[in-house]
Design a protein around this ligand. Structure first.
Ligand SMILES: Cc1cc2nc3c(=O)[nH]c(=O)nc-3n(C[C@H](O)[C@H](O)[C@H](O)COP(=O)(O)OP(=O)(O)OC[C@H]3O[C@@H](n4cnc5c(N)ncnc54)[C@H](O)[C@@H]3O)c2cc1C
Length: 494
């Protein structure tokens, strides 16, 4: 079967959008607004319903954004569009709030439907195809666009392609890969209904202590269950009350540009720069820095301290995080990705807990579960083996103690999108196509794919996590909103 689109009256083009999550919706929003972008037809291909990706497709109300309403928006202009959407439906929210991610999913879905109507009114048919894209290759006749191959064997032809696939493949630890079919192994915490369905007296081990592991703990910690989270660092993220656009930008980007990231003095200079920014951003007299961070080696104790500090208003650092993310992205824009990764590795110990800090309400729930003895956080990763009667034996190092867990939940994050440019196709999708250390697809400053070799930019745009070649922190809707503007502007010009 060949799904070649009928040409509709319009000013040009058949656009195929690979992925229909939040980033794709942000692109559609910009296309619908831009008077000079008038494709004849837009086809969105995604095995999931449009608007619901991995993070915002969740339905559990306990799973909240860790970004405030202010920056969780499909576009950047003016007041937050999510704030407008929620207020318009009677939700009593303010720009600083962290709302359940399910509400953001609903927002994306409704906006997607609106974009469809707006585009239809301009003579552009938007349709959805429920499938996975396997490859994008050049059309047989050069200059005639692209053939997009789907996993049902059909193809779409396209004059332009936007790739917005997110990273939906969980990072399953090496030692569990041979046990992928084990009935007591959950390869990721989503859909969360799988976690809720575990027995009331389950004793699961969650591999990870960052955002998706915390999601798992928030869903699992009920009834008589006992949950253990573990990771090599044994560290939980810091706690914050807001992540908003800065009221008083501190000039971090200019400061970062004065640093030499190869210098041995880099860490000290960076710390000095950040401390100055925190003092400057603080709305009142800045609390002593020593009073804004917990120092306890034990994760739940440190969480308790940082929760109290945040509740007491002794958390000025949170006011610089949105500016810092933006500055990091701008500063490293277009760096070779290995240099950028090296830089981020040096940043990590200083700021990673703060960039991906958790909402104060989630911290409160975790602290309560810890106090009630339902939640433990451990440093280290045990050696795991399936137990003969079901569940898992875990041997902890260095003491070598063996313990039994009823399930293992892999929650060590997600792999970058497996989009490969190294084979015969322009783009091949899927983990089989790409190795773990494949570089992200190279793009130019306008996010257009520039395949290795012959150079010229394709009419293929990479956004969200797929745009990771040029942008350091892509796991953030505010970043996708900015990328979407670039895509619409260049599509209009190209
Ligand atoms: C646990 C978690 C919490 C997060 N919380 C926040 C937050 O609070 N605030 C924030 O700004 N960001 C958050 N993020 C990051 C968030 O995912 C991004 O901001 C944004 O939602 C990504 O949107 P996306 O469309 O790029 O990816 P997704 O929303 O993941 O959508 C990608 C879509 O592509 C589809 N797809 C994948 N491969 C193919 C293929 N080959 N063919 C066709 N379709 C394909 C998938 O089915 C999916 O629907 C979080 C991420 C996670 C994992």
């Amino acid at each position: 079967m060949n799904r070649r689109d009928e040409r509709l009256p319009g000013t040009g083009g058949r656009l195929v959008v690979v992925g229909g999550g939040a980033s794709a919706t942000a692109v559609l929003h910009q296309l619908a607004r831009h008077p000079d972008v008038r494709p004849d037809a837009v086809t969105v291909v995604d095995p999931r319903p449009a608007g619901f990706g991995l993070a915002f497709g969740t339905t559990d109300p306990r799973l909240r954004c860790n970004t405030s309403v202010d920056v969780t928006s499909l576009h950047r202009a003016g007041q937050s569009d999510l704030l407008r959407y929620l207020s318009g439906r009677g939700w009593p929210v303010s720009r600083a709030d962290f709302v359940p991610r399910a509400l953001v999913g609903q927002y994306c879905r409704e906006r997607f439907a609106q974009m469809r109507s707006t585009l239809a009114a301009r003579g552009c048919a938007l349709r959805q195809v429920t499938a996975r894209v396997e490859a994008v290759r050049s059309a047989v006749r050069p200059g005639q666009g692209y053939l997009v191959t789907l996993d049902d064997g059909s193809t779409l032809d396209a004059t332009d392609v936007v790739v917005a696939v997110g990273g939906d493949q969980p990072r399953v630890p090496e030692q569990l890969r041979d046990h992928a079919d084990h009935p007591d192994l959950l390869p990721g915490p989503y859909p969360s209904a799988r976690l809720r369905a575990l027995p009331e007296d389950a004793r699961p081990l969650v591999l990870g202590t960052k955002l998706s592991a915390i999601d798992a703990a928030l869903v699992l910690c009920t009834a008589r269950r006992q949950i253990t989270l573990c990771s090599p660092s044994g560290e939980l993220p810091a706690v914050r009350e807001h992540l908003c656009r800065p009221a008083r930008p501190t000039g971090l980007l200019a400061g970062l540009r004065t640093l030499d990231h190869r210098s041995p003095d880099f860490d000290r200079a960076l710390t000095k720069l950040l401390v100055r920014a925190v003092r400057q951003a603080s709305p009142g007299p800045s609390p002593a820095l020593g009073k804004q961070f917990g120092t306890e080696p034990e994760a739940l104790q440190r969480l308790g301290t940082e929760l109290r500090q945040t509740e007491a208003g002794a958390n000025a650092w949170q006011s610089v995080i949105a500016e810092l993310i933006e500055a990091l992205n701008d500063w490293t824009q277009g760096w070779p990705h290995r240099d950028r990764d090296r830089l981020l590795a040096r940043f990590r110990p200083l700021i990673a807990r703060h960039i991906s800090a958790i909402p104060v309400s989630s911290a409160r729930s975790l602290a309560q579960h810890g106090l009630a003895g339902r939640l433990t956080v451990r440093r280290g990763t045990p050696v795991l083996a399936p137990a003969p009667g079901g569940g898992w034996h875990a041997r902890w190092h260095p003491e070598g103690r063996a313990e039994h867990y009823t399930q293992v939940v892999a929650a060590s994050g997600y792999r970058p999108p497996a989009v490969c440019t190294h084979g015969p196709d322009l783009l091949a999708f899927g983990t089989a196509a790409c190795s773990a250390d494949c570089a992200p697809p190279p793009t130019d400053a306008h996010l257009r794919l520039t395949p290795p070799g012959d150079g010229g930019p394709e009419r293929i745009w990479m956004v969200g996590a797929a745009g990771g070649a040029r942008t350091a922190i892509v796991n953030y809707l505010w970043t996708a909103a900015a990328q979407a503007e670039v895509v619409a502007r260049t599509l209009a010009a190209a």
